[in-house]
Design a protein around this ligand. Structure first.
Ligand code: ADP
Ligand code: MG
Length: 308
């Protein structure tokens, strides 16, 4: 389906310039508005071969994202700029984030340097604390739903599975590799995001999440097996950071951090030592003298080049 056809005169204020082929829910276009601001349009996929149940699911996720982002505003959370309609279906107009989503580490099989992972996880927990303040869970915290901007900040995106805790869903909604046991059991809570944040940190440090394989196998492990010690995969991870992952990903909600703030605080404490030095190690990136020790800013540039 061409971009022009999708938008058939109904959204004159947005001119689509490029389709993004990432993620599975609906279609995404980079567009410009009449003031030449870049935007990201998330619209339902209205192709004929879309099944009715799938179309419903996508529409539902677009409406959930609208609801959440109308309420939740934070520098580390994608901003909803507008809502509009195409072919009488609602769609979301989001700020366009120049950068990349963190799924690339998973596909590149190269873990991020420890310092950078801690910074990402801390900003993620700050963002989650804001979401939770409104009694909403995100429901799909994972590297693919976190973007790193060109100036090295993170933005939490994709609120399509967000919701209010305390309800039993009709089926499991989420990503098995990052979902908490109670979420798999169809009862997501705010604490489910803390579990997913713990597994996200694990995945950033290890280059892959702890449980891999087919969905059924992963779900069984998520329900029954403790998260393996991250240091088995990445010996450079200090003990206190390994302990943070372990506490965030306990099977029992009552044994996890009580809040995202508490987890952020633990991460900040653990990272104080690293941030005393602005120099971080990033394999494969060199400064002008050929050293592998480079500044954080250079690291961001290096990351962009390496994970492109
Ligand atoms: N606001 C944005 N700016 C730039 N790229 C984005 C934005 N939102 C999403 N993307 C890109 O599109 C991908 C899929 O978007 P996402 O919101 O996660 O939808 P899905 O529900 O399909 O996973 C993201 O992983 C990211 O690469
Ligand atoms: Mg997504």
């Amino acid at each position: 389906m061409s971009i022009e056809k999708t938008f058939e005169g109904e959204v004159d204020q947005y001119t689509p310039i490029e389709k993004i082929d990432r993620g599975g829910q609906g279609e995404k276009y980079i567009a410009v508005d009449t003031l030449k601001n870049q935007r990201l349009l998330k619209i339902p996929n209205n192709s004929k071969d879309e099944s009715a149940s799938r179309a419903f699911y996508v529409l539902d996720s677009i409406l959930k994202e609208q609801d959440a982002l109308r309420t939740v505003k934070h520098p580390s959370i994608v901003e909803l700029k507008d809502v509009s309609k195409a072919k009488s279906e609602p769609f979301n107009v989001l700020e366009y984030i120049e950068g990349f989503d963190l799924d690339r580490i998973i596909t590149s099989e190269r873990p991020y340097p420890v310092q950078l992972c801690v910074k990402i996880a801390t900003e993620l927990c700050d963002a989650l604390a804001e979401v939770h303040k409104h009694n909403l869970y995100h429901g799909d915290v994972k590297p693919g739903n976190i973007m790193m901007t060109n100036d090295g900040k993170i933005k939490l995106i994709d609120f399509g599975l967000s919701g209010v805790p305390g309800k039993t869903l009709r089926c499991f909604m989420g990503t098995p590799h990052f979902a908490a046991p109670e979420q798999i059991d169809r009862k997501p809570e705010l604490a489910s995001d803390i579990y997913s944040a713990g597994l996200t940190l694990y995945a950033l440090l290890a280059g892959e999440p702890p449980f891999i394989g087919g969905s059924y196998r992963v779900v069984c492990k998520q329900l029954k097996e403790d998260t393996p010690d991250i240091r088995e995969k990445n010996p450079a991870v200090p003990c206190d950071l390994a302990e943070i992952i372990s506490k965030a990903t306990r099977k029992k909600v009552s044994e996890r951090y009580e809040s995202a703030e508490e987890m952020a605080e633990a991460l900040r404490k653990s990272s104080q030592a690293y941030f005393d030095s602005l120099e971080v190690y990033f394999p494969g990136c060199f400064d002008s003298k050929g050293n592998e020790k480079i500044s954080t800013q250079t690291t961001i540039k290096g990351l962009k080049a390496t994970y492109k």
